[in-house]
Design a protein around this ligand. Structure first.
Ligand code: GLN
Length: 200
């Protein structure tokens, strides 16, 4: 089937700080238009938004300074597709232990920040993620958060062997504790784009 005439989806990646260029590069491999977003007006005309990993306090503060906090909250309420990775997951949460800043409160999850402690600051592990199938996904965790509690409307997409949730979906929002943009595996971005295209 020809895709001519069908507008390519436009995905914005918050580019205040953190691993935004890696997300943009990976999304572009998947035939979507991906742009950095620094200003509120750049949210216009988008079909989806990525909040990358980085430093959640810095990203949160800069979002506020640039007038993005309320517009992004509003989009989340309207069911706009949003993917948050690592610091992005922290910012999407309703409650965060260890964050002295109001998160967006977009997803009914409580998250513990830098949850794995200093000894295991960063690690990689294979994750079974049924929504993307086999093989397992290589999870790159860098001072990662984990999900301490999730509300009824939240589907946990992946857990560590000890049962802790590290990926979740609520409506059109997806939160990942790890960094899929630092792997060469586009399956989770493709899963998110499926949501953007209106799939389940
Ligand atoms: N621990 C960081 C924070 O609280 C998140 C780390 C990351 O995004 N890799 O912002």
């Amino acid at each position: 089937m020809s895709t001519r005439g069908i507008r390519a989806k436009k995905i914005g990646v918050l580019a205040q700080q953190g691993a935004f260029s890696e997300h943009i590069a990976l999304l572009r491999r998947l035939d979507v238009e991906a742009f950095p977003v620094r200003l509120a007006k750049e949210l216009e005309g988008l079909d989806g938004l990525v909040i990358p990993g980085g430093e959640s306090t810095t990203i949160g503060k800069l979002m506020k300074e640039y007038g993005l906090t309320e517009p992004v909250r509003g989009l989340a309420k309207e069911g706009f597709p949003i993917l948050g990775t690592c610091a992005g997951m922290i910012l999407l949460a309703k409650r965060v232990s260890g964050l002295n800043l109001e998160p967006l409160g977009a997803m009914d999850i409580e998250v513990k920040r830098s949850a794995f402690g200093r000894q295991v600051d960063s690690f990689e592990t294979d994750l079974e993620i049924p929504v993307i199938g086999e093989p397992p996904f290589r999870g790159v965790f860098i001072r990662a958060p984990f999900i301490e509690r999730a509300g009824d409307g939240v589907e946990i997409l992946a857990r560590l062997p000890n049962g802790v949730g590290v990926a979740a979906r609520q409506g059109n929002m997806v939160a990942l504790a790890f960094h899929p943009e630092l792997t060469n595996d586009p399956r989770l971005h493709a899963y998110f784009l499926g949501i953007v295209h209106g799939g389940r």
